[in-house]
Design a protein around this ligand. Structure first.
Ligand SMILES: C[S@@+](CC[C@H](N)C(=O)[O-])C[C@H]1O[C@@H](n2cnc3c(N)ncnc32)[C@H](O)[C@@H]1O
Length: 243
């Protein structure tokens, strides 16, 4: 998929049942999520992540944060409760439109549509924290790598990133992204679909280091429901302060 296809696919996915597209609990399909319950999951997740960052020995500053692949702002909103300013970024026009409608903190949480394969419209060295969950795993590998390089460019020296991705293993690691997308397009007969793409851990590590970052910790676990194809990786990263 090119970026125009990605934009159209996620804009279509965000139209009808967007909360389920974000959190695909089978019991919540067709409007089963209530907004309070949906947004409460984000508050719990951000509380846990900030605790894990502390435990990893990373000292955060609470100035500016970026939530990459923000969807409806499930995670941007609780980030806005602890950071001075939060930028939520997404490729889907419908998700951004709805995130704006759900925005309880419009003076500090800002949503941006980014139909690009990079983050070059955001200023370098300007974020204290970058977070991304259940987003990179839906993006073709070569673009994931460009966005991760972008995270490193955007972090201020001393800033930290925590992001989740998956890596393919077994037979799945030998299937090119293009073949997976073609099969999915054929199977879904032109309807929008949720793609899955891995990125190898050693390649992510190399991008982080090339961008002046240090991997503080990687937590790898089996990816529930997709164990035969993917492992689940959470990266804790610091951008080094030049000597
Ligand atoms: C499963 S949702 C997760 C949303 C949010 N991170 C959360 O956990 O609540 C995945 C999101 O990633 C966004 N996304 C997919 N490809 C993207 C890209 N290339 N750039 C930015 N966002 C993207 C989708 O539009 C969608 O809103």
């Amino acid at each position: 998929m090119n970026i125009k296809d990605i934009h159209e696919n996620w804009t279509a996915l965000g139209q009808d049942d967007p909360m389920w597209v974000v959190l695909t609990d089978p019991a919540k399909k067709n409007g089963g999520w209530q907004p309070e319950e949906f947004f409460a999951t984000g508050r719990g997740e951000i509380r846990d992540v900030l605790e894990k960052i502390k435990q990893a020995g990373i000292g955060l500053k609470f100035g500016r944060a970026l939530d990459f692949g923000c969807g409806l702002g499930r995670l941007s909103q609780p980030l806005g409760e602890v950071f001075a300013v939060v930028d939520g970024v997404d490729v889907s026009a419908s998700m951004i439109e709805k995130a704006q409608a759900f925005n309880r903190l419009p003076a500090k949480v800002f949503y941006h549509l980014n139909v690009r394969t990079d983050l070059n419209t955001f200023a370098a060295d300007s974020y204290d924290f970058i977070y991304s969950a259940i987003c990179l795993q839906h993006i073709p590998t070569k673009f994931q790598k460009a966005y991760i390089a972008g995270f490193m460019r955007l972090l201020r020296p001393g800033g930290a990133a925590c992001f989740q991705a998956i890596h393919a293993h077994g037979w799945r690691q030998w299937v090119p992204d293009m073949a997976v997308d073609l099969y999915r397009k054929w199977k879904n007969r032109g309807k929008p679909f949720i793609p899955m793409h891995g990125v190898p851990v050693n390649q992510v590590r190399a991008i982080i280091e090339a961008g002046g970052g240090k991997v503080q910790k990687i937590v790898t676990t089996p990816y529930g429901g997709f164990e035969s194809r993917f492992g689940h990786d959470v990266y804790f990263v610091i951008k080094s302060i030049p000597a």
